[in-house]
Design a protein around this ligand. Structure first.
Ligand code: BES
Ligand code: MN
Ligand code: MN
Length: 461
């Protein structure tokens, strides 16, 4: 089977390049047709690998693609989830090559080449590995598990319609484990399985002042300037130790034992490299925690965008009538994102001066997730990584969020295993996103080997 991969490698890459050419930008209504086209592409790809049942579910947003390969009623069942939608490629000017014209180039971390395109790593390239792994297993008559695919087109905009879909299709989606490749590992030499995702609460705030933009000479210094006020309010969301000041924000968070902290720091983040890779002089974050901890076991709050007033060319002297910001809060286990959104709203309104009105709306959110490491699925994955990478993978918690994962557990009662193969430096959501050819091929091998290990361990259960 492994030999097969080497023979088919070029072909697999060709197919992925084709998929990457379709601009499936879920956030932009102008691309609705392209998103749909991508769903049909996936539908066809699922048929090609031998799925007998393939179906597109239309939603009020973008379609969900379902596919199924059944081998036997008594065999274990694996549900594969992935997303075919991508983030907007902006700012376009910063791409060395157009985002939807994939090209292979080598980099320091990818000496054997990486595919540069929006979605290469997040998540088309990673999702596609699962299709190819199943194709290989089927071809070799080695598939001993039933496989169900759920590939959606709205992950990057909060999976708005997936919750209803899984609620309506509970029976159809029953499985022993859910497999997802949409996270990362530290390096090929030191692979990791992601066991933690953070939750998310994403809010938007508007600070409204006077009924119109005002002349900044006639009115400046006499009324609350919404931008000045918004900046002050944002500044008072953290204290001098960079702790979030929202009352109750930390109330529910799980306590991490010293032992676990020590263990996770055995595979810490090399801060010198970290700074170098994003060209900053120093890191910054909550006092008392290092970079790895700040982005995995601690909840955080960040402004993602801020606007208002005059931002065009040249100068225009105005006091803006309103100012806006988008804010994300990354959450850890036991924090309820709806509760946190409410606490934010209450606090944010409470710190506004009288001269402005404040509006807070919640966009979307989701819970954090921890994968148990004592399960059969985790052990099978450990074996598969060991086979392919020659070393046992360590467990790591990551900073990003996949809100549907805790939702799967809540609605379907099924645990998720995160087998991600991207690097942090692969620039997901950024210009020049890429995905290593080695990561892609090793990912396919690891996924393919997961199945026989899982089946064998299940039979001995
Ligand atoms: N694949 C990412 C999440 C991710 C990346 C988790 C790397 C861990 C490591 C996913 O596509 C994503 O971007 N999620 C969003 C949340 C969503 C609700 C928009 C995120 O984390 O910002
Ligand atoms: Mn993703
Ligand atoms: Mn993403």
């Amino acid at each position: 089977m492994i030999k097969d991969i080497q023979n088919l490698k070029e072909n697999f890459i060709e197919q992925l390049l084709e998929l990457l050419k379709i601009p499936s930008i879920s956030a932009d209504p102008d691309y609705k047709g392209e998103v749909k086209k991508t769903a049909y592409w996936i539908e066809n790809a699922l048929k090609m690998i031998g799925c007998k049942t393939v179906k597109i579910y239309e939603t009020e947003g973008h379609p969900i693609v379902y596919g199924e390969v059944s081998v036997s009623e008594n065999a274990p069942t694996v549900l594969v989830y992935g997303h075919y939608d991508v983030q907007p490629p902006d700012p376009l000017k910063l791409w060395e090559n157009p985002p939807f014209e994939p090209i292979i180039k080598t980099t320091e971390l990818h000496p054997n080449g990486a595919i540069f395109a929006r979605g290469a790593c997040d998540d088309k390239g990673q999702m596609f590995m699962h299709l190819k792994a199943i194709e290989l297993l089927k071809k070799n008559n080695q598939l001993e598990c039933n496989v169900k695919f759920v590939i959606e087109g709205e992950e990057e905009i909060g999976s708005k319609h997936l919750e209803k879909y899984i609620t309506d299709h509970k029976r159809m989606l029953q499985s022993d484990i859910i497999l997802i490749s949409d996270t990362g590992l530290n390096s090929i030499e030191n692979p990791a399985i992601t066991i933690g995702l953070r939750g998310l609460s994403y809010v938007e705030v508007t600070v409204k002042g006077p009924n119109r933009d005002l002349h900044s000479g006639l009115y400046g210094g006499t009324v609350a300037n919404p931008i000045n006020v918004l900046c002050n309010m944002i500044a008072s969301l953290h204290d001098e130790n960079k702790k979030v000041k929202i009352p109750g924000f930390y109330d529910d968070i799980e306590k991490i034992s010293d032992e676990e902290r020590e263990k996770m720091n055995k595979n810490g983040i090399d801060e010198v490299n970290f700074k170098k890779s994003i060209e900053i002089e120093d890191v910054m974050g909550e006092i008392g925690y290092n970079t790895l901890e700040r982005r995995s076991i601690r909840p955080t709050l960040d402004v993602n965008g801020i606007w208002g007033g005059y931002t065009g060319k040249g100068a225009k002297t105005v006091i803006p009538s309103a100012a806006h910001a988008k804010i994300s809060m990354r959450l850890v286990p036991n924090q309820d994102w709806k509760k946190i959104s409410k606490l934010f709203k209450k606090y944010f309104k409470s710190i506004a001066p009288k001269g402005v009105k404040v509006k807070v709306t919640t966009h979307h959110g989701g819970g954090a997730y921890i994968t148990p490491t004592d399960s059969i699925a985790y052990k099978a994955a450990e074996k598969a990584y060991s086979d392919v990478f020659g070393t046992k993978p360590h467990a790591k918690r990551d900073g990003g969020s996949i809100p549907i994962v805790p939702m799967f557990e809540k609605v379907l009662g099924t645990k998720t295993l995160l087998m991600g193969f991207g690097f942090d430096s692969d620039a997901i959501h950024s210009p020049n996103e890429h995905y290593g050819i080695d990561n892609f091929i090793k990912g396919i091998e690891t996924i393919a080997l997961f199945y026989p290990h899982f089946n064998a361990l299940k039979r001995n259960e």
